[in-house]
Design a protein around this ligand. Structure first.
Ligand SMILES: *Cc1c(COP(=O)(O)O)cnc(C)c1O
Length: 392
């Protein structure tokens, strides 16, 4: 189906932060499959684990015990607020599970009327019907029938407005601690703490979508750890969890997960042995304090360099946003054009809402590679300036 606007660039191989086209051209990858290839392309450890598992067992039904699931679930619950995990193949399925878990919780507590999920403008939760209804992005909903009941929308940053929306039919609030597609917009820690309090006062569940901002991206294993008093009840993760192999998960506390009993949910492929083996190996790397420290160091370097770019090219760079290595530049020139200027320099960056470009490099990007990215961005800024002048 013609659902993608594709750039005519085809890659045949990758190594670390480099991608090579079918005709041998090397690109510096600062989008990493949109925060997926967090450990770089063809990471030797992940390749080895995948090969070994491929020779043993790919798939068995979830009617059997799957030791790999138990191991990865234990690693995830040890590292987070959560007690329980459901494995999926993608981010949007993890969101589906989170929404179902929240509604089922209230149902199990004898409050079946509590079905409303409150989402925020600029959010992105994936493309299944429940996920597009939760984010409320009109462009993603149009033509797919009437908006589904049970979804309510709030304005990012407007805590008073949010309070007014919470009522007797509210089930949960869903948010990305750092919005990804919305343009690298980070929630202030104090706001998350206030939202957590609001949830506690009203018996509302708090769902975090850390599909993009989680798993080391912000310099903590999960972005919610920056707001020390704002743990979620339910959390969806995916992307970096498999380092490129499709795997996602919905995490919950035992209390929030109480409605999810035998028969409540399921998946054929979710938690298959191949995904679990790679996920376990990827997570073992992502939890390492050295890697998280490295993310903070490289992010600090980028932030400093971005400030210089903004100073030298105020006509191009309007604002610097994001957290850790989920970075956004809000532009004064069209972001799609800027992405092409970057590609002309053999640099791959992502777009984002609010006329942003996003940088989401592999987390093990070196400072030398980061410095190379800045040089290429500088050249892209010059090209954007020249283009704006020529058009004026
Ligand atoms: C990518 C993403 C999703 C959807 O994940 P898929 O694997 O594409 O279904 C959901 N939420 C956020 C924040 C994302 O970045």
């Amino acid at each position: 189906m013609a659902v993608y606007s594709r750039t005519p660039l085809a890659f045949e191989r990758g190594e670390g932060a480099r991608l090579y086209t079918t005709d041998g051209e090397a690109y510096l990858d600062c989008m990493a499959g949109i925060a997926v290839n967090a450990l770089g392309h063809a990471n030797p450890k992940l390749v080895q684990v995948l090969k070994e598992q491929a020779e043993k067992l790919w798939h068995v039904s979830n009617i059997f015990t799957i030791p790999g699931q138990e191991k990865l679930a234990k690693a995830l619950t040890d590292a987070t607020f959560a007690d329980e995990v459901f494995f999926t193949n993608s981010g949007t399925e993890a969101i589906e599970c989170a929404i179902k878990t929240a509604r089922k919780y209230h149902w199990a507590k004898g409050q079946p009327e509590r079905i409303d999920i409150i989402g925020f403008d600029g959010s992105f939760h994936g493309r299944t019907l429940a996920a597009v209804n939760a984010s409320g992005n009109a462009g993603y909903l149009e033509g797919f029938g009437p908006p589904m009941p049970g979804f309510v929308h709030a304005t990012f940053g407007d805590l008073e407005g949010l309070k007014a929306l919470v009522g007797p039919t509210t089930a949960a609030i869903i948010l990305e601690p750092v919005q990804g597609e919305g343009g690298a917009r980070s929630w202030p820690d104090a706001d998350l703490t206030a939202i957590r309090q609001l949830c506690d006062e009203t018996g509302t569940l708090l769902i975090y979508d850390e599909i993009q901002c989680g798993l080391g991206r912000t310099g903590k294993l999960f972005a919610y750890e920056w707001a020390t008093e704002a743990q979620p009840d339910i959390m969806a993760i995916a992307k970096a969890l498999g380092g490129g192999f499709p795997v996602g998960a919905c995490l919950a506390t035992a209390e929030a997960g109480r409605g999810m009993v035998v028969g409540s949910h399921g998946s054929t492929y979710g938690g298959n042995p191949l995904a679990m083996a790679v996920g376990e190996a990827a997570l073992a790397e992502l939890v390492k304090p050295e890697l998280l420290g490295h993310v903070r160091e490289v992010a600090g370097y980028f932030t400093q360099q971005f400030a210089g770019l903004k100073e030298r090219y105020p006509d191009v760079v309007a604002d610097i946003r994001g957290r850790g290595l989920l970075m956004g530049l809000k532009l004064n020139t069209p972001n799609r054009e800027f992405m092409q200027h970057a590609r002309d320099q053999r640099l791959l960056i992502a777009g984002g809402g609010d006329n942003c470009v996003r940088l989401l490099p592999p987390l093990n990007l070196t400072i030398a590679e980061a410095s190379e990215a800045i040089e290429k961005l500088e050249a892209a800024c010059q090209a954007a300036r020249a283009r704006a002048k020529a058009a004026a």
